[in-house]
Design a protein around this ligand. Structure first.
Ligand code: F6P
Length: 541
């Protein structure tokens, strides 16, 4: 049952009494109304230039209205041409919102936010005669999205379909993608509001166009946001976003930097995946921040049994074990969390609108693509256990079986004190979906908080926090052999090569910042995953 009432309840009495003084200061400083009015001084002088071009999201429930008609018209035209399958190529802020919107409404959208050749092959195998591809990129330069565009252009051409008529672009004015779309005569270009950053763009063209073309009721989403907007802009202790920000800020000050999210009957499907990027990329920097941990549900390990380093937040009803509960329909929750996270950024003393550590991993991946013979790309495994090659952190012992290697590795998270384990699977999230069980399995057996992300998708979400946030994580990377690779047209690499370079590049950057990285490469994906799960299950035997 969807929860219609939008409210934030802080159920933990200790947390609430720590939050009240922060809440009072936010009200006194008129943070909510200043945010609504676009006051870029809220995060200090260093953040001001960036904030000055990032605050238009507070009024999108009004300014995005004209898009609704445009989307409906295009959808009707596509339908009359027999085109009713929508594929979205986009990373992070350019795909996470449409994914949660369409999943919540139960309408079909194929989201491509991967470089896994197998997963891309799946999308290519759909009926191309009925397919439109929405290419979404604010910068217009994101390598994954550009690769998908090239691959689909070739596939359309190979099938005798006029590719230009099948591409719809969402991008910022003046981006290289906007120029290319114009030059190639793509079917339609939606220029988004450039004064909204990627992770705050759910209610811009980035969220609304793909979701609307797929058939979601995006007008209702704006109505839901409009319904809560006055409360979010109010300098009042009843403001739900200020309450949430104050509670998260107080929790962080008290040593709980992790935020464990679990759905508790909100009716929203996959909200945590969207909130993850907002929270991690906005706050995880300068050695501080809030680490989002998406739990499978309120009964999953890490939620009700969260330790002192974590706050359990229910999305939906206030359930036992939740310190905080946030209810409300999707459109309202999107805007509420944006206000809350931007405000928490002020309490944490960081700039919630930049992502300073994301570029480092992109650079490292590019360097590996340029120098495929670099040591990182040609290293030999430390050991091989059946279908699993082990690449252990430098200097760490590798004796024993896979479970011994893993035990020593995850122990480093507990040794770091309040540490966490991050599982990063550079695999196919459809065929290799079983990898996701590792989150709960590891959390149950280690007692540490455990995050799970699909690579390279998470690089555009929690990736910023892992490199820039509290430096107490250990990182378990999973990579796998590729059976049928896909060349990226007019580029000197294939998807498989790019995917591995992304894993190695990010691993390198993590290691350079002193964060332990263990890579397990699955020479046979299914058998390798089974072996890894078995080893994890042996951990506390
Ligand atoms: O929309 P773009 O420019 O392709 O970027 C996609 C994503 O990549 C990031 O810039 C960081 O990786 C995100 O902030 C953003 O949402």
């Amino acid at each position: 049952m969807a929860t219609e009432q939008t409210e934030v309840t802080v159920r933990d009495a200790g947390l609430w009494s720590a939050a009240v003084p922060l809440l009072e200061s936010l009200v006194e400083d008129r943070v909510a109304s200043r945010l609504t009015d676009g006051d870029a001084t809220l995060w200090g002088a260093d953040a001001e230039p960036e904030a000055a071009i990032r605050l238009s999201w507070t009024t999108l429930h009004k300014t995005s209205r004209p898009l609704i008609g445009e989307i409906e018209t295009l959808r009707a035209q596509l339908r009359s041409d027999g085109i009713d399958r929508v594929v979205l190529a986009g990373m992070g802020g350019s795909s996470l919102a449409p994914e949660v919107i369409t999943n919540t409404e139960g309408v079909s959208l194929t989201v491509l936010d991967t470089t896994d050749p197998d997963q891309v092959a799946d999308a290519l195998a759909g009926d191309l005669e009925r397919t439109v591809v929405v290419v979404s990129s604010k910068s217009g330069t994101t390598v994954e999205t550009d690769s998908h565009r090239r691959i689909f252009a070739k596939a359309f051409a190979d099938t005798g379909i006029d590719a230009a008529s099948r591409f719809v672009v969402v991008t910022d004015p003046g981006s290289p993608l906007a120029e290319l779309a114009r030059a190639q005569g793509y079917r339609k270009v939606f220029l988004a509001d450039p004064n909204v950053g990627g992770r705050y763009s759910a209610l811009t063209a980035f969220g609304l166009v793909p979701a609307g073309l797929a058939g979601a009721d995006v007008a209702r989403l704006l109505d839901q946001a409009a319904g809560v907007a006055p409360a979010l802009g109010a300098d009042s202790a009843d403001n739900p976003a200020l309450r949430l920000a104050a509670a998260l800020g107080a929790a962080h000050a008290g040593g709980a930097e992790k935020v464990v999210l679990a759905d508790s009957g909100s009716g929203i499907v996959g909200f945590g995946d969207w909130a993850e990027q907002l929270i991690a990329e906005s706050t995880g920097k300068q050695g501080t921040g809030l680490l989002p941990v998406v739990a499978e549900g309120p009964d999953a390990p890490g939620f009700a049994d969260a330790g002192g380093d974590a706050t359990a937040v229910a999305v939906g009803e206030a359930v036992p074990g939740a310190a905080i509960a946030v209810s409300g329909p999707l459109g309202a929750q999107l805007l509420l969390w944006e206000y809350a996270v931007a405000t928490a950024g002020r309490l944490l003393g960081i700039n919630p609108f930049d992502q300073p550590d994301v570029e480092a991993a992109k650079r490292a991946a590019r360097a590996l693509l340029d120098h495929p013979d670099a040591p990182a790309a040609t290293a030999e495994p430390t050991k091989v256990v059946g279908p699993v090659e082990v690449y252990a952190p430098e200097g760490s012992p590798a004796e024993g079986g896979l479970a011994d290697v893993l035990r020593r590795f995850v122990d480093a998270a507990s040794a770091a004190g309040r540490g966490y384990v991050s599982v990063q699977a550079y695999l196919d999230r459809i065929t290799d979906a079983s990898a996701a069980v590792l989150r709960a399995e590891l959390a149950r057996r280690t007692g540490s908080q455990v995050t799970f992300g699909w690579g390279p998708r998470f690089l555009h979400s929690t990736g910023q926090y892992h490199k820039g946030g509290h430096p107490n994580g250990v990182f378990l990377q999973l990579t796998g052999n590729v059976e049928d690779d896909i060349d990226v047209p007019d580029r000197p690499y294939s998807l498989g090569v790019l995917q591995l370079a992304q894993a190695l590049g990010d691993g390198q950057v993590l290691a350079e910042t002193g964060r332990p990285v263990l890579r397990l490469h699955l020479t046979d994906r299914a058998a390798g995953l089974a072996e890894v799960v078995r080893a994890v299950q042996e951990l506390n035997e």
